[in-house]
Design a protein around this ligand. Structure first.
Ligand SMILES: [Ca+2]
Ligand SMILES: [Ca+2]
Ligand SMILES: [Ca+2]
Ligand SMILES: [Ca+2]
Length: 456
């Protein structure tokens, strides 16, 4: 190991040495042992043995790979500990010291907090070197905020910085949002957030002093996140599954997410005249169901209960919603909610919602290959029916401009079924799947495309 160099990564360094024996070991070294004056910002080491030097076989330099920094956290970790696996630290201490490219590994178990966990604005990774918070192995960390008061500043995990990748956690019970994102380019992946006392996950500006959309949170990705049973106990009118609203910038994406049993809406992209238009949000491959009450019955007359609520205060924003499903929400499946713009809706399926499956009373919306069946009220579809490809529920039947008719026989099953897997992906099985022989198969645009969503 005589020519090995150690990259400096703050408090500790983990190196994996490929031993001449063919095995490998992982070493955690305190920073005091790290050589920290030989590397650039990347911390990446390259080592090449001098070509002219001849090593004896047992002395030959083996490739040395500097693994990224690893900091270990456990429910009973102490902030004074170095954050090794044998001496784990706290989540707050690890967040404060992790370097770009480094990972905070959370051991399994319940972490009890009575105050928010905050990633400050000046604490960021970079495009090539995210800061990661992840479970250790297959362990299950739970961030539990039930001890917080019910108050708007009592959020769970607040991400004000940029380039953080948070995955594999459960976040529950916060006094306000379970997760709040005010920064840019963050990735939240395979997280479950529930029983918070406002929306499960919200993306909005981190400071009310930021009045310009250029400073609002942008380009965040929310992937395979499950937000459910969120309920604001004062009036039950605010807790959505996903609130991407009020002051959110461009480029934010929800992919393969589930919003269910939230007191207010599944998704809420509300805008207000005081703050104006927000950036366009993309939602795809996602489902919203049973919103408008929690699974244990919390609901008020002010609980809206839309699956996908796509506007507010008559402000135009051209959101994109594709290959997503709404069913059995208390109110509408998909609604413009006064957004008079040009929302693009492609290959969505909406079934058995309390009011309209699609409620778009005004605007120049563009509808392509959407499928509505058996709603509580007729659809409203202001905008363009691209290539007559949409099947709408109107006057108690589902038809389209080309004469297609949807009936129970078009579906393999109309018995709700959602299975969520360990990686956060989900399956509807046969539920809402088009039956072999359905005339909706291949009848969309372009030719050969199905009408409605195709879910795993
Ligand atoms: Ca509401
Ligand atoms: Ca409220
Ligand atoms: Ca709402
Ligand atoms: Ca049919």
């Amino acid at each position: 190991m005589k020519k090995s160099k150690l990259g400096s990564y703050g408090m500790m360094v983990t190196l994996t040495f490929c031993l001449a024996l063919g095995g490998s070991l992982t070493w955690g070294l305190p920073s005091s042992l790290a050589v920290n004056d030989e590397f650039g910002a990347s911390g990446v080491e390259e080592f090449t043995a001098p070509a002219t030097q001849d090593f004896a076989a047992d002395e030959r330099e083996e490739p040395v790979t500097a693994a990224a920094e690893a900091i270990y956290v456990s429910p009973n970790g102490s902030s004074g500990n170095p954050g090794t696996i044998a001496s784990p630290t706290t989540l707050a201490a690890a967040i404060a010291k992790v370097s770009p490219g480094g990972t905070i590994y959370l051991r399994g178990g319940t972490y009890n907090f009575s105050a928010p966990v905050t990633i400050e604005r000046n604490n960021s990774g970079s495009a090539g070197q995210y800061k990661t918070i992840a479970p250790y192995g297959s362990e299950k960390p739970v961030l539990d905020f039930y001890a917080q008061a019910f108050a708007s500043d009592q959020r769970g995990l607040q991400i004000f910085g940029h380039y953080w990748h948070v995955k594999g956690l459960e976040v529950r019970g916060a006094g306000d949002n379970g997760i709040f994102i005010g920064g840019n380019y963050n990735i939240i992946e395979n997280v479950e957030t529930h029983h918070n006392r406002d929306s499960g996950l919200q993306i909005s500006r981190y400071s009310s002093s930021m009045t310009n959309i250029a400073d609002w949170p942008s380009y965040n990705q929310i992937i395979r996140v499950y937000s459910h049973d969120n309920f604001d106990p004062d009036n039950g009118e605010d807790a959505d599954g996903f609130a991407a609203k009020l002051t959110i910038g461009p480029g934010n994406v929800f992919d393969s997410c589930i919003a269910a049993w939230n007191t207010d809406d599944g998704w809420d992209l509300y805008t207000k005249s005081e703050t104006g238009a927000i950036g366009a949000v993309t939602i795809k491959n996602s489902i919203a169901y049973k919103n408008g009450q929690t699974s244990d019955g919390n609901s008020t007359s002010d609980s809206d209960g839309n699956g996908f609520k796509l506007g507010g205060d008559k402000i135009a924003v051209n959101h994109i919603v594709q290959n997503s499903v709404a069913f059995q929400n208390k109110k509408h499946g998909f609604t413009y909610n006064s957004n008079p713009g040009s929302i693009a809706l492609m290959n969505n399926t909406s079934w058995s919602n309390g009011e309209s499956n699609f409620a778009f009373d005004k605007g120049a919306h563009v509808f392509t290959n959407n499928l509505s069946y058996s709603g509580g009220a007729s659809d409203k579809t202001s905008g363009t029916d691209a290539a007559s490809s949409n099947v709408w529920w109107k006057n108690k039947k589902s038809t389209n401009a080309k004469g297609l008719v949807a009936s129970d026989a078009d579906f393999v099953s109309l018995t709700p079924s959602v299975t969520r897997n360990a990686d956060g992906s989900f399956s509807l099985g046969n539920f809402l799947k088009l039956a072999a022989g359905s005339d909706l198969i291949g009848s969309g645009t372009p030719s050969g495309t199905n009408i409605g969503a195709t879910m795993p």
